[in-house]
Ligand binder design. Structure first.
Ligand code: COA
Ligand code: AMP
Length: 630
């Protein structure tokens, strides 16, 4: 069947489409009904089913005779180690860890925070939690203690599973002191912590609260899989919104299983036994869907890579891993390719590795620029597939579905909507725009299985953030257009979210931190274009009258403050001091115009501006740091 036929099949009968996709999953109770619209516009899927995620990702492959196949390959250039875990070993390890958690009282519905580097134990912790029907929330290692504390208070975990440390090329990230500080800061306290001690750093444990990973489970009785309802939350993953408070995206169990299993074949063209690699981090949605769950649910081998695209040791690292582990389908962020391209412009390093196994390269997380796509096409000689998705959806909204039909690639477009997604481009009033016209991208409700049914503890915020602006639609927060062939183009965010090195960050959250500096009266943060990272945050600071401080000192303190409160991942390294911020007469900061000036694009004086001279000052300040044509 062609893509058009499959899409049409879904459009004509979504219920049958998803019930048939559900056949790819092992159920305790098979769903008889796909969509539950009884609380529209809050939709749920497969509510009458009972199922366990871990069974589908691990045990069923052992039962099917794939026990000796590699489930996880850990390739860690930063520690100089490699390790293979078979499905059989994974089952044994996960059941034992689940047994130990169960013995300490973790049960269905309890939350477990996981704060770990790129080690297989991170996946084992996720799977062990899922085995018990408990709900995990993985927190990315690049966040500061304060961010971890916010998540602890929001999801109130019974337990936290953490690594002792992470390894960045230039430094060791001391996870345990960050964890201790976060627990001190949070009002909620977990009952206990399990610490995976790494050879590179053995952390100090707090007696009575912390347990060593190995000792904790040494005598544990392996736990069986607990069946949960189809709409039971599999996990919560926090992501950036407009304000400093992160949004807890809830992932429903059954829809997650059905949809990811479907995508592994339809989009990535992978079958049991194939090697799939997503070079991301388990702390992000890509890591959840395509380092952990997707490949394992589909019976593939997944790669857990603890390294960087460059510098560990060089720009050939990705090609070595693909060559060595026979990767069939590879997924990374455009920023990683830009880093490689910078060090290997003529592709000589890429050419020194043969990669007969590699069939396609998938890109997502940020806009893929044509130069980068063309470089990859030229030097990898496989289809380079841009696809578009969000933490909220958990898998691609638009893609080129290689497992159904390889559509012509249009550079600059993540191709076409996937079945399940009825994508529209709307004007401010919510009216559909014709092809070629730029507008807000919205998806007609209901969203397909596996996408967020709500935000954790925040149904009103879910409604306000996503459903209220365009009734009957889910608002993606992205702007773009559809061309006459139905290909989608994603151009920008419509909110205060920026994308730095494929990481989604909130400028609002950074502004909240900067406003907390004692000398800062007012501030704004914008994302300016960055050749490597796509965007880079830049702060504007108005100081209190009479602060009398050296500007460079305040800027340095503000940079340190954001690193301390949000974390190194915010990559907040630049700020300028200005007398006043450009605003509309109603007091709205003109961030969009500031971005245009910083990026050296043409711009028009906004009709609503209060004080036109304020933009001259912004331009002058930007020139001092080499922006705005300076
Ligand atoms: N734990 C702790 N700190 C982390 C971290 C982690 N897991 N990941 C990144 N950081 C830190 C980095 O050490 C860096 O700190 P520094 O300011 O002390 O140097 C900071 O966060 C910013 O990191 P990063 O954005 O990764 O920048 P970089 O300059 O170290 O590397 C790239 C640049 C392009 C190589 C890198 O950004 C990259 O590989 N990007 C791909 C991102 C990706 O896969 N995203 C997933 C979406 S699909
Ligand atoms: P995240 O939730 O971290 O996955 O970030 C989702 C956001 O990243 C989207 O809303 C887009 O703004 C951006 N994004 C993801 N994939 C793409 C893509 N292929 N092209 C353009 N932007 C993308």
């Amino acid at each position: 069947m062609s893509y058009a036929q499959v899409y049409q099949q879904w459009q004509q009968d979504p219920e049958s489409f998803w019930l048939s996709a559900a056949d790819g999953i092992d159920w305790v109770t098979q769903p008889r009904k796909a969509l539950d619209a009884s609380r529209a516009p809050f939709y749920e899927w497969f509510t009458d089913a009972r199922v366990n995620t871990c069974w589908n990702a691990v045990d069923r492959h052992v039962a099917a005779g794939r026990g000796n196949q590699a489930a996880i390959i850990h390739d860690s250039p930063v520690t100089g180690t490699k390790r293979v875990i078979t499905y059989f070993e994974l089952q044994e390890r996960v059941a034992r860890l689940a047994g130990a958690l169960k013995a300490r009282g973790v049960t269905k519905g309890d939350r477990v925070i996981i704060y770990m580097p790129m080690v297989p134990e991170a996946l084992e912790a996720m799977l062990a939690t899922a085995r018990l029907g408990a709900i995990h929330s993985v927190v990315f290692g690049g966040f500061a203690a304060a961010e971890l504390a916010v998540r602890i208070d929001d999801c109130t975990p019974k337990a936290i599973i953490a690594g002792s440390c992470g390894i960045e090329p230039t430094r060791t990230v001391h996870y345990k002191p960050l964890l201790d500080a976060a627990i001190d800061m949070a009002s909620h306290k977990p009952d206990f912590c399990v610490i995976f001690q790494r050879d590179q750093e053995v952390a100090k444990l707090i007696a009575g609260r912390d347990h060593d990973w190995h000792a904790f489970q040494a005598d544990a009785v392996p736990a069986d899989c607990v069946a949960v309802e189809g709409n039971h939350p599999a996990y919560i993953l926090y992501t950036s919104g407009t304000t400093g408070a992160p949004k807890g995206v809830v992932r429903p169990t059954a829809g997650h299983l059905v949809a990811l299993n479907w995508t592994m074949k339809a989009i990535y063209d992978c079958a049991p036994g194939d090697v799939f690699w997503a070079a991301s981090d388990v702390g992000w949605v890509v890591g959840h869907s395509y380092i952990c769950y997707g490949p394992l649910i589909a019976g593939c081998t997944t790669i857990v890579y603890e390294g960087k695209p460059v510098g560990t040791p060089d720009a050939g690292a990705f090609w070595r891993v693909i060559h060595e582990h026979k990767v069939k389908s590879f997924f990374t962020a455009p920023t990683a390719l830009r880093a490689i391209k910078r060090d290997d412009a003529d592709g000589a390093i890429a050419a020194s590795y043969d990669r007969p196994s590699l069939k396609a390269l998938f890109l997502a997380g940020e806009r893929a620029d044509p130069d980068t796509i063309e470089w990859a096409q030229r030097h990898l000689k496989v289809p380079v597939i841009d696809h578009w998705w969000q933490t909220e959806t958990g898998y691609a909204i638009a893609a080129n579905p290689l497992g159904i039909e390889a559509l012509p690639v249009k550079i600059g477009s993540p191709s076409v909507p996937m079945p399940g997604y009825d994508v529209h481009v709307l004007d401010e009033g919510g009216h559909p725009l014709s092809s070629g016209a730029l507008g807000a991208i919205a998806i007609r409700l209901p969203l397909p299985p596996g996408t967020l049914p709500t935000l954790w503890n925040a149904e009103d915020r879910f409604h306000k953030s996503y459903l209220s602006h365009f009734p009957g639609y889910y608002e993606t927060g992205d702007a773009g257009y559809l061309d006459e062939d139905g290909y989608l183009y994603i151009m920008a965010r419509t909110d205060d979210v920026i994308n730095v090195a494929g990481h989604r960050l909130s400028t609002g959250a950074m502004e909240e931190v900067l406003a907390g500096h004692r000398d800062v009266a007012e501030c704004a943060v914008i994302g300016v274009a960055d050749a490597l990272k796509g965007q880079s945050p830049l702060g504007f600071l108005c100081l209190n009258k009479g602060a009398g401080r050296d500007h460079a000192d305040v800027v340095a303190e503000c940079v340190a403050l954001v690193r301390d409160k949000i974390g190194p991942v915010a990559d907040f390294k630049r700020a300028v001091v200005v007398e006043r911020l450009p605003k509309t007469r109603s007091g709205k900061i003109l961030r969009g115009t500031m971005v245009k000036i910083a990026d050296g694009h043409s711009w028009k004086m906004p009709a609503t501006i209060d004080d036109p001279g304020s933009l001259d000052e912004i331009t002058a300040a930007l020139k001092t740091i080499g922006l705005a044509g300076g």
